[in-house]
Design a protein around this ligand. Structure first.
Ligand SMILES: Nc1nc2c(ncn2[C@@H]2O[C@H](COP(=O)(O)O[C@H]3[C@@H](O)[C@H](n4cnc5c(=O)[nH]c(N)nc54)O[C@@H]3COP(=O)(O)O)[C@@H](O)[C@H]2O)c(=O)[nH]1
Length: 728
């Protein structure tokens, strides 16, 4: 309820109460006045009746015949008591009257013949006599006059008419005086009580308003406010109660503030904890779904994206494509330049791949050097080539790592939905198969998955599985191929060549399993076995009295980039007792050109161990003379591709001559591989190629056969080999 409403309401109520009470008092006073008037009239009437009756009882019957006496009596009553009495006979004729003119006159002042009626029935009647003296008329009472007044059955002989206006008026005047006093006093009292009541109401409402104002201030939170208590009445008690309530509120507010402060503190702590929890949840999510190195989605998140894309592709009958990208020779970079450089490279690769894609495509890193791309809005299958070439081009651009310029390539396998698989797992597997095929076919390219690849891949998988057990099962063996002095035809050394004697497949060619061993990393362990076996064999031959010959062993890219290479070789040399100077490591030109600085570093370390170093497949890696000069080499081995068309191919002849000249100018031993004919041998000898290797002299043979070859040192062995060649 508003302040205004409250005040008006109480005042109105009080005023209304005063008005009602005043009206009631006025009403009661009026009815009392009315009652009093009636009583006055009744009293006047009663008195007149008694008087008239007493007049009648005064033996009127006897005195009727004595009009003089009667007149005197009436005159006496008039003079003494101011009462006007008239007496009539049964004919209404005046016998005596206060007004003597009425004597002997028929009474005619009763408007309804009340006198006549009373004379007939004896009943007391009143009437108002129309009289000139009284404007309102004179009140008259008429009583029957009997012969024997004590007996009701006595005959009526006349009537007594008594005017009672005077007594009535006197009584009325006396009553009116009292009445005026009552009315004036009453009005004064009503006025006073109204004014007083209004003042009281006003004072009450003012105090109530003040109380309300104070309560509002307290309610607004100003608990120190106190209501001024003006009187010890109910409002004063209410004020005291409000003050007590304010004190209690102040106390509770203080406690609440304290509590709120504590709550605020714990809330802040809670917020902090929630914030930390959120951060850690976000971190966990990032860790769970994103690759920490490249910030690209990881395998888990990519799986979800792929599943989602497959659902859409199925629903809208669309094609999607999965690109499996694997860097070529990444391990080599990682091992030679260090992990930090490798990480930098992977980050850059991630960025480059991303830059080749549309917003709707997704790229993820699966770990290592494996990246996967999801092209979910494939308009046409032809776009796959464009995307793949774009990615290869971006990756193939040069990188600056540890202050040097490098180039890497990648192999991409592509699998499309629905052609290459119905679910995420098969799509990923088939893209992986296609990627391996791309690697096999020379790397730095892409292959779209086909069912034929799958069959091939299954074979590869079976081969890979057997390869993992080949070493422990002793299925490897080494064959040795002689190296011959071009001038004397004498054996200067041999090259150890690995053979895999598969229990089911028979002799598996190195070209079939070495790339597989390289990809799977098995080559490192296999390579160590080759080194140990070759060294042991060489020592065995020396203990057999065979003069010391150089043992050449091939190193794969992975072995060459293996950080433990030097340590492993040193330990093998120590374990086998092999003379380091008799060991020649053949490293391909392309391996050296991958990272020239690192290659120089590794070669120098090996060279410092007195190990001989040969550059294999020379002529295929486009190394310049200036670069070549920086490698601490002993030998260059001209690639078979230059030899095979000699003497017919003039270009090859010229190039071979140039390579020989260059090697000699660098004081390197020059050896030609793949020498299959006398013409080739003669040409090379003629142009001062130091050593020759090839089927013309000897095919790679097992250790026992090579022992025989060495022991006899007989040309016939070589010749036999030549014969074998010519038989092919
Ligand atoms: N990392 C390692 N690589 C190895 C090892 N053993 C062999 N290999 C490499 O495998 C490739 C194939 O080797 P392979 O089938 O043994 O072929 C060698 C010779 O048999 C072949 N050769 C020799 N003379 C001739 C010839 O007159 N004609 C002709 N067509 N082929 C001939 O050449 C291969 C030796 O080449 P190279 O090593 O370049 O001297 C091959 O790349 C091997 O390097 C191993 O243990 N580890």
């Amino acid at each position: 309820m508003s302040k205004l409403n409250l005040a008006i309401s109480i005042r109105q109520k009080l005023t209304a109460a005063f008005v009602i009470v005043s009206l009631l008092i006025a009403l009661v006073a009026l009815s009392a006045i009315k009652k009093q008037f009636e009583t006055i009239e009744r009293a006047a009437l009663l008195e007149a009746e008694h008087l008239a009756t007493s007049v009648a009882n005064t033996g009127m019957d006897d005195v009727l015949n004595k009009p003089k006496f009667l007149q005197d009596y009436i005159n006496g009553m008039h003079n003494l008591y101011k009462r006007d009495i008239g007496i009539v006979d049964i004919h209404k004729r005046g016998v005596a009257d206060a007004d003597v003119k009425e004597v002997n006159q028929i009474f005619q002042h009763d408007p309804d013949n009340e006198v006549g009626k009373t004379i007939i029935d004896g009943k007391v009647r009143t009437f108002v006599e129309l009289n000139a003296l009284h404007a309102e008329g004179a009140k008259q009472i008429v009583v029957a006059l009997r012969k024997d007044q004590s007996k009701l059955e006595s005959p009526i002989v006349g009537a007594v008419i008594l005017e009672y206006t005077q007594i009535y008026d006197e009584l009325l005047d006396a009553a009116k005086a009292g009445l005026y006093f009552v009315i004036v006093t009453g009005i004064a009292l009503v006025l006073f009580s109204t004014i007083f009541g209004t003042q009281v109401a006003r004072r009450i409402t003012r105090r109530l308003r003040e109380l309300e104002r104070m309560v509002s201030i307290i309610a607004a939170g100003n608990y120190s406010t106190r209501v001024p208590v003006q009187a010890a009445d109910e409002i004063g008690s209410l004020g005291n109660a409000v003050n007590k309530m304010a004190e209690a509120l102040a106390l509770s507010h203080a406690r609440q503030s304290e509590h709120a402060h504590e709550l605020e503190q714990s809330n802040a702590l809670l917020k902090q904890e929630v914030h930390e929890h959120q951060i850690s949840a976000e971190k966990n999510e990032t860790l769970a779904y994103y690759d920490s190195l490249t910030s690209l989605p990881n395998r888990i998140l990519f799986g979800k994206l792929l599943d989602h894309s497959l659902v859409n592709a199925r629903r809208y009958d669309k094609e999607i494509a999965l690109f499996f990208i694997d860097l070529d020779r990444f391990k080599y970079i990682n091992d030679t330049l260090g992990h930090e450089a490798g990480d930098e490279l992977l980050q850059e690769i991630g960025t480059r791949i991303k830059s080749c894609l549309r917003e709707s495509d997704a790229v993820a890193r699966f770990g290592g050097d494996e990246f996967v791309v999801l092209v979910s809005e494939l308009d046409e299958i032809g776009r796959l080539d464009v995307v793949a070439r774009k990615i290869l081009g971006a990756i193939g651009k040069s990188f600056m790592l540890v202050g040097h310029e490098f180039r890497v390539t990648a192999s991409i396998g592509i699998a499309t939905f629905p052609a290459a698989g119905q679910d995420a797992q098969s799509l990923l597997k088939n893209a992986d198969i296609a990627m391996y095929q791309a690697k096999k076919e020379g790397k730095n390219n892409f292959i779209l998955f086909s069912e034929a690849l799958n069959t091939n891949s299954l074979q590869q998988l079976a081969l890979e599985s057997s390869l993992r057990h080949a070493l422990e099962r002793g299925e490897f063996e080494l064959h040795y191929q002689a190296k011959v002095d071009s001038r004397s035809d004498s054996v200067t050394g041999m090259e150890a060549l690995l053979r895999w004697n598969h229990p089911d497949l028979g002799m598996v060619a190195p070209m079939q399993f070495i790339p597989l061993a390289e990809e799977t990393g098995l080559i490192v362990e296999i390579g160590k076995w080759v080194l140990r076996t070759a060294c042991m064999q060489n020592v065995v031959w020396q203990t057999m009295g065979i003069p010391a010959l150089t043992m050449a062993v091939n190193l794969s890219a992975r072995q060459f980039s293996d950080a433990a290479l030097l340590e492993d070789i040193t330990s093998i040399l120590e374990q086998t007792g092999m003379e380091p100077a008799l060991l020649e490591l053949e490293i391909t030109e392309s391996m050296l050109m991958q990272n020239i600085e690192k290659a120089i570093q590794v070669l120098t370390a090996l060279k410092n161990k007195n190990i001989r170093l040969a550059i294999d497949d020379f002529g295929t890696g486009y190394s310049s003379l200036s670069t070549l000069k920086r490698f601490p080499l002993n030998t260059i081995k001209i690639d078979r591709s230059f030899i095979q068309d000699i003497p017919n191919n003039m270009g090859d002849k010229t190039l071979t001559k140039a390579i020989i000249a260059m090697g000699r100018s660098l004081n390197l031993t020059v050896i030609a591989e793949g020498v299959e004919t006398k013409e080739q041998a003669d040409f090379l000898a003629e142009h001062a190629c130091d050593e020759l290797q090839g089927y013309y002299f000897s095919i790679p043979v097992p250790a026992d056969k090579f022992t025989a070859l060495l022991q006899t040192r007989a040309m016939p062995e070589l010749a036999r080999a030549r014969e074998e060649i010519s038989l092919r």
